[in-house]
Write a protein that binds this ligand. Structure first.
Ligand SMILES: C[S@@+](CC[C@H](N)C(=O)[O-])C[C@H]1O[C@@H](n2cnc3c(N)ncnc32)[C@H](O)[C@@H]1O
Length: 266
């Protein structure tokens, strides 16, 4: 295969030969685990996932101003949407429009049930992150938690996020990463590759879905490479931080423009 024929970088679940098949498999996989998704997320991460999303919301608080429009892409059951909403209440008293979007119906059903239970003002829509049904420049903030890795074409995803962000708008990508240290890295891989798929498979009844998680993380670009892709796509102020020894990384990048809000430490 010559350089020009190489497939675009994106997720490839087992058996997927091209982008369309990859997207279909990702959709089937998340559809199958949607009912047990929250429970397993909290169990398998020892509830760290809640803290990671809350911390992300704090990091982007300067973009949660009165009148801001926010999109949580690949929102799943809405936990990042709700974390953003909570932070927006603190910052802007609730006058922020927040929307979650995902392409798996079962995830959106669960997100809407949770929204009703907590009297949330956020809306949840069926959207494909690779073809967002929004006009150019309409969002102040786009946030993605553990969803970007599952896109069938990373470059198209990044371009879509850039397109729908307004000048000065912020993109925040929270994603799993492989910890760099040799000792912690080995421990992490043992848990992630051996223990997690077993427990996840047993409880969800879908071992393939939880086997996909470590494989997709291992294939995912390093934080340095993802940062470089964001710069190449025209984002400015690109930076990332590794959390918890590098298990997860938060990437922040701005669409070039006029807004001067800074990302504060928290
Ligand atoms: C690991 S879950 C993360 C869900 C949620 N953000 C969270 O923090 O728990 C990944 C989500 O990305 C969604 N997803 C993957 N590819 C997508 C695409 N092309 N368009 C929309 N959603 C997508 C899946 O349906 C799934 O709900």
């Amino acid at each position: 295969m010559t350089k020009t024929e190489e497939p675009a970088a994106g997720t490839r679940p087992e058996g997927a030969g091209n982008e369309a098949e990859a997207a279909r498999r990702v959709r089937d996989l998340f559809g199958a685990i949607a009912p047990r998704y929250d429970f397993l997320n909290h169990l398998l991460s020892f509830s760290c996932d809640r803290w990671w999303r809350r911390r992300t919301a704090r990091r982007v608080r300067d973009w949660l101003r009165p009148g801001s429009c926010v999109l949580d892409v690949c929102c799943g059951t809405g936990d990042l949407t709700f974390a953003l909403e909570r932070e927006a209440h603190k910052q802007a008293g609730g006058s922020v429009a927040i929307c979650g979007g995902d392409f798996v119906h079962g995830m959106l059903v669960r997100a809407r049930e949770k929204a009703i239970a907590r009297s949330s003002g956020s809306c949840f829509l069926g959207v494909d992150a690779l073809a967002l049904p929004f006009a150019d420049g309409c969002f102040d903030l786009i946030a993605v938690a553990f969803g970007f890795r599952n896109l069938a074409n990373y470059a198209v995803g990044i371009e879509e996020f850039r397109r729908v962000l307004r000048s000065g708008g912020l993109l925040a990508i929270l994603e799993f990463s492989e910890p760099p240290g040799p000792v912690f890295g080995r421990l992490y891989r043992f848990y992630f590759e051996r223990i997690l798929p077993g427990i996840g498979g047993l409880i969800s009844g879908n071992r393939r879905a939880y086997g996909y998680l470590p494989t997709s993380v291992a294939r995912f670009p390093s934080p340095e490479d993802l940062a470089e892709s964001l710069r190449t796509a025209g984002f400015a102020n690109v930076r990332y931080e590794r959390w918890m020894g590098g298990i997860v990384a938060l990437h922040l990048a701005q669409r070039p423009g006029t807004k001067n809000a800074k990302v504060e430490a928290s």
